[in-house]
Design a protein around this ligand. Structure first.
Ligand SMILES: [Zn+2]
Length: 128
């Protein structure tokens, strides 16, 4: 079996240990359970929530995503639309934030789990 790269495992929201099991039980389009995380990996049984409230720290990553989004929207509007009204900036920032919220919430948790979850890749766990 071909090994999944770190980048593709992060992009697909896979378990850090086996890179096969899903971190999230639902699809990204399920708004009601958007932030739910599997307590254990369905493939290798690795603990994905090491302690209660573990993912509170992910809000810092989510905040960084939001700031990066605002800066990018401001730069793009300023560059391509020749400095429009302030209301155009505000409406565009709000709409793009709402549209990208599911992605930012999920990837902040994925990155936080990969960064501080204390799980390292084990190719033997991927086979099973
Ligand atoms: Zn796993």
């Amino acid at each position: 079996m071909k090994q999944k790269s770190l980048g593709s495992a992060i992009m697909q929201g896979k378990c850090p240990q086996c890179r096969e099991g899903d971190i999230f039980p639902t699809s990204i389009f399920s708004y009601s359970k958007l932030t739910d995380v599997n307590h254990r990996c369905p493939h290798c049984q690795a603990v994905l929530v090491p302690e209660p409230d573990f993912f509170y720290g992910a809000m810092y990553i989510s905040y960084a995503f939001s700031v990066a989004l605002v800066i990018n929207v401001l730069l793009i509007l300023n560059f391509f639309f020749k400095d429009p009204e302030i209301s155009v900036y505000m409406i565009t920032v709000v709409i793009s934030n709402i549209l990208l919220l599911p992605l930012m919430l999920r990837y902040s948790k994925v990155l936080y789990l990969y960064w501080l979850g204390k799980l390292s890749y084990n190719p033997l766990k991927a086979k099973k």
